[in-house]
Design a protein. Structure first.
Length: 189
């Protein structure tokens, strides 16, 4: 009960604060990350220079293809220091991302509002704009540099399945393993 209350309060606070956040994607199109156009949206926080983030590229693509037909939109948010649209396009091409909307979160406003601290991580936003899940995609990594032989927990899929079914998310927050996202205050240093 306590965890549910904390989730609802943090989701409402993030939703209310984040509803006015807008960003331009690498093609110049303006979008509001915390306002899904469909049934839900998944924000994937990635970094082109993070090996764990890059290792998840096929899984992110598989996930977005599978859930796209269910009304779920996916967005990549690049958290790299000083990356530009050209470098993002090159990274998208190198890792086989096809037709995946991507934006650069240069000032960390989206990561800050979503409380994302690691790449790769995922945030699920329901149709009302509430954050329903934040954390790892699955449990492939037990710790940094320590992959498991087999994934045994599909946290993001489980969370999104619950959201789409109108049910509570059993584990609304998990710890992501990967590369830390620099806080906004350290970006200019």
């Amino acid at each position: 009960m306590r965890l549910t209350r904390i989730l609802l309060l943090s989701g409402a606070a993030i939703s209310a604060a984040g509803s006015s956040v807008q960003v331009r994607d690498i093609d110049g199109q303006l979008f509001s990350p915390f306002e899904p156009a469909g049934r839900a949206r998944v924000l994937f926080f990635v970094a082109s220079d993070c090996p764990v983030s890059n290792a998840y590229a096929p899984e992110i693509q598989r996930f977005c293809t599978a859930y796209g037909s269910k009304g779920v939109g996916c967005r990549l948010l690049y958290e790299d220091f000083r990356i530009d649209a050209g470098a993002v396009r090159k990274h998208l091409d190198e890792y086989g991302y096809r037709s995946m909307p991507a934006a650069i979160d240069a000032d960390r406003a989206i990561a800050d509002r979503a409380k994302a601290t690691v790449t790769p991580s995922a945030v699920v936003i329901d149709r009302t704009g509430a954050i329903r899940y934040r954390g790892r995609i699955d449990n492939l990594y037990a710790a940094l540099g320590k992959p498991r032989r087999q994934v045994t927990s599909h946290d993001l899929s489980d969370a999104l399945d619950a959201v789409l079914a109108g049910k509570p998310v059993r584990m609304p927050e998990t710890e992501a393993v990967g590369c830390y996202i620099a806080p906004p205050g350290l970006l200019g240093k």
